[in-house]
Design a protein around this ligand. Structure first.
Ligand code: NAD
Length: 510
């Protein structure tokens, strides 16, 4: 594809218009940090950064908001999230544009990210009437035992560049119905998306008469994140990003006995068995491995294919890769946009070189497009590398579109390879054999937080709990009962017997 990339003026104008419609004047945000668009590698705008010192004030305002918000009935809190969801629906295209311009997602995926925000709002509104506790049989006559869920406190959210708004909304929609305010430190690569998203929530807060300090955004670098991590007023710290970041954050929150929810790196595999439908498998692999230019935490990075199908499968996937339209993410028809910056491209090149040294054979891709036209934009051709075994480079997460293809002979061996990486986010098996699928999903099957059958590793729905094990951090957010992380549980014993029997038959009479 030979699309000419949009001009810098054109992109700036699009960003300004989209932000303005969401209620943000980009000139008012301007400061000494450039916001660069990966679409052409040119500055889109500039922003002023907060510093760690600003965190104190933000947390104090959030604590103040918490005092009143926690006593507002949860279904009424749901009303705020309903309004926020309506505004997101109205501004889906605007936010989608900002996501595309700031992080390079193709329009369909950028709008999909906003749709995910709308979906979580709808989920949270329903949830606001379902924050159930249990009643439990008491061993004592005339007693009732029950549990109550209460708002937890201030939630600090640190988010990654690749889901610059959805991750915040997963946390925020749930936190708000649970009675918690949110202080957000977005990725420094996507401050405009953050400002626009937060402006829509501010509007909903004003319209619904909710406390002002419920939602705050602090645009800045890791020092702002660190100050949130260490702040004793932050009850839950929800951090999404690299395992390196989580390794720094987790122990610091634990040290002050805070609660953390970590959503870190993945190294996701698909097992392809001899009975797999290779048409469907090829489509599933191509979306998961090359979609979002390989920059999803759930991106498929490994295919573990049975020796009987590995050659045919690799050829089919490679043929699809050769046809992939690579180009401007805002141009119609593009399926693969740019990498977020030059460092990501360099990491990809380093990994490809290491793979070669470790016995890998490059099947397709790895090159760069539009280099002459836009020397500061990094459009990479998604790569496939056949590996003789799971070497060191395969066991690392390289946040770029490299798919390693590995052979296996027995299902036990394939499952062992799936699990033999430090990360534990997403996994899948392609098979027509139900026993194989069940083995993969069983207790001794995939060790990941997400295990799929006949579908790729990426593209989760908000209804399920999202997250993974091992170096992925163990956190769960979004659907199912992930809300429990945002509340505190009180166990209540109520005695209506007029006597005072003690548990476990203990006698203590004076
Ligand atoms: P990153 O770790 O570089 O940055 C993520 C966020 O953490 C940013 O806001 C950054 O400013 C902040 N940060 C960095 N160091 C910090 C510190 N010491 N203390 C506090 N905050 C700090 O990640 P990235 O490059 O933006 O995103 C890509 C990574 O995120 C990949 O590893 C990907 O797998 C992961 N990710 C995981 C999930 C998930 O749900 N598991 C989702 C999206 C992305």
């Amino acid at each position: 594809m030979t699309t000419t990339l949009p001009t810098a003026d054109d992109l700036r104008q699009q960003a300004q218009d989209a932000a303005r419609r969401c209620g943000v004047d980009l000139d008012a945000l301007a400061g000494d940090h450039f916001v660069t668009s990966p679409v052409n590698g040119q500055p889109l705008s500039s922003v002023r950064w907060s510093t760690g010192a600003d965190v104190d004030g933000a947390v104090a305002r959030a604590v103040e908001a918490f005092r009143s918000w926690r006593t507002v009935p949860a279904p009424v809190r749901g009303g705020l999230v309903r309004r926020f969801g309506e505004l997101l629906r109205e501004h889906k295209a605007d936010l989608g544009t900002l996501v595309s311009l700031e992080v390079g997602k193709i329009t369909s995926e950028a709008e999909g990210e906003v749709q995910e925000m709308i979906d979580i709002c709808e989920f949270a509104v329903g949830l606001s009437r379902q924050l159930y506790g249990r009643t439990i049989s008491s061993e004592r006559p005339g007693h009732r035992l029950m549990e109550t869920w209460h708002p937890l406190g201030v939630v600090g959210v640190i988010s990654a560049f690749n889901f610059p708004a959805a991750v915040w909304s997963w946390n925020t929609a749930i936190a708000l119905v649970c009675g918690d305010p949110v202080v957000w430190k977005p990725s420094e690569l996507a401050p405009l998306t953050a400002a626009a998203s937060a402006a829509l929530l501010d509007r909903a807060i004003a319209e619904e008469g909710a406390p002002e300090g419920l939602s705050q955004v602090l645009i800045g670098g890791p020092d702002v994140g660190e100050a949130l991590v260490d702040h004793p007023g932050v009850a839950l710290l929800s951090a999404t990003g690299s395992t390196r970041m989580g390794r720094a954050v987790g122990p610091r929150v634990a040290d002050r006995f805070g609660r953390s929810l970590l959503e870190l790196g993945g190294n996701n595999a698909a097992i392809v068995t001899p009975s797999a439908d290779l048409d469907l498998t090829t489509r599933g692999i191509v979306f998961s491995a090359a979609g979002t230019a390989g920059q999803r935490c759930t991106t498929m990075r490994r295919v573990i294919a049975h020796v009987d199908v590995i050659d045919e499968l690799t050829e089919r996937v490679a043929a699809a890769y050769r046809r992939l339209p690579i180009g401007s993410p805002v141009a119609e028809g593009t399926l693969v946009g740019p990498l977020v910056h030059g460092a990501a491209y360099k990491a990809m090149q380093n990994a490809l070189e290491a793979a070669g040294q470790q016995g890998g054979e490059l099947v397709v891709g790895g090159g760069r497009r539009f280099e002459d036209e836009a020397p500061d934009a990094y459009y990479a051709e998604p790569a496939i590398v056949r590996m003789p075994e799971q070497t060191d480079v395969v066991r690392q997460e390289t946040f770029a579109p490299i798919l390693y293809v590995l052979p296996y002979r027995t299902l036990e061996e394939a499952i062992a390879l799936n699990n033999d990486v430090p990360q534990g986010l997403s996994s899948s098996i392609f098979t027509s054999d139900q026993a194989e699928a069940e083995r993969f999903l069983a207790a001794d099957g995939s060790d990941c937080g997400i295990a799929n059958v006949n579908i790729g590793t990426s593209g989760a729905e908000i209804g399920g709990a999202f997250g993974g094990e091992k170096e992925t951090g163990g956190g769960r957010e979004s659907g199912s009962d992930a809300w429990r992380s945002y509340m505190r549980r009180a166990t209540n014993t109520i005695n209506y017997s007029g006597e005072l029997p003690l548990a476990q038959g203990v006698k203590f009479t004076v």
